[in-house]
Write a protein that binds this ligand. Structure first.
Ligand code: LLP
Length: 430
């Protein structure tokens, strides 16, 4: 989380924004960096991962980092070193997880429509394959079985249940609400007996876990716990029949984007562990799949102010060089990220609509109170999750640079690719 301080009494009107102990103004001035650039505090991510581990109080657990939130190599490696496994959703993420040092035994693979090639990578990864391919339908169980038979191996699977929560019971945006009947995700509860039958009939599958994931940016525990209850109830039915190793209640722990977040990841884990115990399942590994809550608050997107536009009736736009292609969350989920000036100027503040250069009306970071006087750069806060990982090159724009901080200094930089890359790419079809 960026902090603001006033280290220089000679310039008392200037706040200095820092991340990971480094001044953001210094980072933006580095010739390798410029704008738009994501900056991440790896120490903050590791501290959050350690705090989450501690919330299990020594009980057997697996924190499978949902790599889709931020799949940059230094981030995944730092979280792997902090004891995290991975939740992957593609063959590419699976390969990356293993190349970042995550043991196959600590990887679960979620997501619908996995291809045969992707299933093969999971079944063949490591001596026993990955910890579990999370089957999202009865039909997928048969597909995994067929691939395992072809490869002459046994695949470990878990069943991702769809707990059929009321779509309104989760306090999150409808695009990231996955635990209701209409979602493409998870095995419907009515199909669980068929799924059990399919798993026990196969000699190429071992059912080792039961899981659910009901949504993201969840800021109250009720819906999460309702889903966990379903997982635990089904696990009790399964445990006499299958060599269950784990129950996994998913990710989704919300973060504070500025409007507050009353619960912490540790609150979710504490309440889930109590339920697990109530169900007599506390000898099983408890898994969770956090993405955003480990990385979101520890990243910012830096952008340059390109120009201002003042219209009639007090309409003001602050035009910056980062757009919806760099950070898609406001356009896609009406998400609000705080925008703060990097070099705060003295004097009065005004409301500015902060917008990017992309030719879409939704390329809009919303109204923000910012200095009336000119300033050079802004930081868009809490952009460590689902920022770069969802970025695109729409409108012929380059992907942003990425800067990684550790121990109060820059430890790695991924520079922005020149725009000629995009031009050549468009011309490369032969
Ligand atoms: N497990 C599964 C199976 C998931 O599908 C997801 C996220 C997670 C874990 C991690 O959820 P988290 O802890 O990060 O909330 N792009 C959206 C979020 C999409 C989440 C997709 N699934 C956003 O920017 O808000």
């Amino acid at each position: 989380m960026p902090t603001s301080r006033r280290p220089d009494p000679a310039r008392p009107s200037v706040d200095v924004l820092e991340l990971g102990g480094v001044r953001l103004a210094e980072i933006v001035a580095d010739p390798r960096v410029g704008t738009p650039s994501y900056v991440y505090d790896l120490d903050g991510m590791v501290a959050d991962a350690k705090a989450l581990h501690a919330s299990f109080e020594g009980a057997p657990h697996l924190v499978s980092y949902a790599m889709k939130a931020n799949s940059a190599g230094p981030v995944v490696r730092a979280l792997a070193e902090a004891g995290c496994g991975a939740d992957v959703v593609s063959g590419a993420e699976l390969v990356l997880a293993m190349r970042c040092g995550i043991a196959p035994d600590a990887i679960v693979y979620s997501g619908v429509a996995k291809t045969d090639e992707e299933l093969d990578l999971a079944i063949a990864g490591g001596p026993e394959g990955i910890l579990a391919i999370q089957a999202e339908s009865v039909e997928e169980i048969a597909r995994v079985d067929a691939r395992a038979r072809t490869l002459g191996r046994t695949a470990r699977i878990s069943l991702r249940l769809n707990p059929a929560l009321d779509a309104d019971s989760l306090d999150t945006h409808r695009h990231i609400n996955t635990g209701h009947d209409d979602a493409k995700f998870g095995i419907p509860l009515a199909s669980v007996p068929t799924a059990f039958a399919a798993a026990s009939a196969s000699r190429n599958l071992t059912l080792v876990g039961l899981t659910a994931h009901v949504g993201s940016q969840v800021t109250a525990t009720d819906g999460y716990l309702a889903s966990a209850r379903v997982v635990f109830r089904v696990a009790r039915e399964a445990r006499g029949r299958f060599p269950l190793r784990f129950v996994d209640t998913g990710g989704g722990f919300g973060i504070d984007y500025g409007a507050g977040c009353p619960v912490t990841p540790a609150d979710f884990i504490r309440a889930t562990r109590a339920l697990q115990k109530e169900h007599g399942l506390d000898d099983l590994v408890l898994g969770c799949e956090p993405g955003r809550s480990l990385v979101g608050a520890h990243g910012v997107l830096l952008a340059k102010v390109i120009q201002r536009k003042v219209g009639d009736a007090d309409r003001r736009w602050l035009m910056i060089d980062a757009g919806m292609n760099d950070l898609m969350r406001p356009a896609l989920y009406q998400a609000r990220h705080r925008v703060v000036p990097l070099e705060a100027a003295a004097g009065e503040s005004l409301m500015w609509k902060v917008v990017g250069p992309v030719c879409e009306s939704s390329d809009d970071f919303g109204p923000h109170e910012l200095p009336a006087a000119a300033f050079g750069h802004v930081a868009i806060l809490d952009a460590g999750a689902y920022g770069y990982s969802m970025a695109s090159r729409y409108n012929g724009r380059a992907l942003p640079a990425e800067v990684f901080l550790r121990g109060g200094q820059i430890v790695a930089v991924k520079e922005r690719r020149p725009i000629t890359d995009w031009v050549e790419d468009q011309l490369s079809a032969r």
